[in-house]
Design a protein around this ligand. Structure first.
Ligand code: SF4
Ligand code: SF4
Length: 441
């Protein structure tokens, strides 16, 4: 796959916005739907944190509209306010006017990618990660192996103990690094896992990218739970990263390439569903059509593809659990993953599955619908804000006295595990399907 470079890489000063060069399918009405009522403000984590209009949904929409009209430059200030947004889409859920904020912020970030020259290190890091690593599974695996050596050889212990991470300002970021598995899920690509008992569905499993080196156990648990509930699970070999991180970063050309590859990989057979256990991936897979101009063949293929995509909780709740489950005496709380709740509007399916496990008590936390601060790579790029958001989250979790935190997205699992460690709450953090897997007889 080609990974094109940013063609607009000249000049160091902010530039006035030109008509967009990438597919956006956005029009004036998409901004004008915002009637400035402010009902979204208190649901926005960054507004709650800083209390500034420019870091609120309403303020950001206003800035985007001015940029789109050519009345405001794509300046450092504009980029800062857009970068600080978590793209959690909590504002979208509460908006009475139906503003599709996710579309707007992703469009704005695409515009920044085209029109703004970021500082040198940021440009190099972004180009390496989004263009040279994410689209290439072998490179993800190679980096995973290097990271595992760092974590297992004593180097991590040395780096943490010597204070070098603190001195270089990397201590918090390093703590959020995923633990790399011994065995990678990449080895399962191309395999088919039979249904237990009579087959109720034949599904294709979307395995993620970084998840294949750091969430192998979660992916294995997902396959087992699907099998136990009568699903034959196919793991298409040609699948690639879903492109969510690229979409959130505005790297839409690479995201479109990844979408094309995945549509080709998954539409070769008439599966009953394309199942994912990552809410962030699912949200993007269901919105692939936004990457292609309306009326094109790719746009209509995306619509056929998205009609098959299901979050694993959504799919299992619809299908109905048939696998016998043992008693699991556990008090748990559920953290809504933003891209499941706000991106896909799914809230009852995961709760239904949690309550289906005998012995499990589900206690709702206050503000469970608020982002945990993970937000893709937000906890790496905006670490301080992410940790402040996490602090409030952990206070609400602590108040539930839950023994375990259950959620529906690998990124949230990483963030909440870091939260449990930093704040000493000691809870185990797991995905809904890992809870089901543990209860399987
Ligand atoms: S985004 Fe929606 S809720 Fe927020 S100010 Fe605009 S219309 Fe009101
Ligand atoms: S997406 Fe989240 S952080 Fe961004 S404006 Fe909306 S509520 Fe605020």
């Amino acid at each position: 796959m080609s990974a094109p470079t940013n063609s607009n890489d000249a000049g160091t000063t902010p530039v006035k916005a030109e008509p967009l060069q990438f597919s956006s399918n956005l029009g004036y009405d998409d901004y004008a739907r915002c009637v400035h009522c402010g009902l979204c403000l208190n649901h926005c984590p960054t507004y709650r944190l800083w209390g500034r209009e420019a870091d609120s949904p309403r303020g950001r929409i206003r800035q985007m509209m001015l940029v789109d009209e050519g009345k405001l430059a794509v300046s450092e200030t504009f980029v800062t306010h857009m970068d600080r947004c978590l793209d959690c889409r909590a504002c979208e859920t509460v908006c009475p006017s139906g503003v599709e904020y996710g579309k707007l912020i992703e469009h704005a970030r695409g515009q920044i990618e085209e029109d703004y020259r970021r500082p040198f290190f940021s440009r190099v890091a972004r180009s390496f990660f989004y263009r040279k690593v994410l689209p290439f599974p072998r490179r993800i695996a190679a980096l995973g192996r290097v990271a595992r050596i760092y974590q297992r050889s004593g180097l991590q212990w040395l780096a943490r103990g010597s204070g070098v991470l603190k001195l270089s300002g990397l201590a918090d970021r390093e703590r959020l690094m995923p633990v790399i598995d011994r065995e990678f899920f990449f080895e399962r690509l191309g395999k088919t896992f039979p249904a237990t008992g009579s087959r109720r569905a034949r599904v294709a499993f979307f395995a993620g990218c970084v998840a294949q080196v750091s969430f192998t156990k979660l992916n294995d648990a997902t396959v087992r739970v699907l099998q136990a509930n009568g699903c034959e699970v196919v793991v298409p070999a040609a699948q690639l990263c879903c492109g969510a991180l690229c979409v959130h970063a505005g790297v839409r050309d690479v995201a479109a390439d990844l979408a094309r590859a995945n549509i080709k990989a998954f539409m070769t057979e008439p599966f009953d569903a394309i199942v994912t256990n990552a809410a962030g991936c699912g949200s993007t897979l269901k919105e692939y059509e936004q990457l292609f101009p309306a009326g094109t063949a790719e746009h209509s293929q995306s619509n056929q593809f998205r009609a098959k995509v299901r979050d694993v909780t959504e799919f299992l709740a619809e299908l109905g659990l048939v696998a016998p489950l043992k008693n699991l005496p556990l008090r748990v709380t559920y953290q809504d993953s933003c891209h499941l709740l706000h991106g896909q509007k799914i809230s009852s399916a995961p709760r239904k599955l949690i309550r289906a496990v005998p012995g499990v008590e589900l206690v709702e936390m206050a503000l469970g619908d608020q982002c945990c601060g993970s937000a893709g790579v937000y906890n790496v790029t905006e670490t301080r804000a992410a940790l402040e958001i996490l602090t409030s989250k952990m206070e609400n979790i602590r108040a539930t006295r839950a023994q375990a935190i259950v959620t529906a997205n690998p990124g949230c699992i990483l963030q909440l595990r870091a939260g449990a460690e930093i704040h000493g709450t000691g809870q185990e953090v797991m995905h809904v399907v890992q809870l089901l897997d543990r209860a399987l007889m």
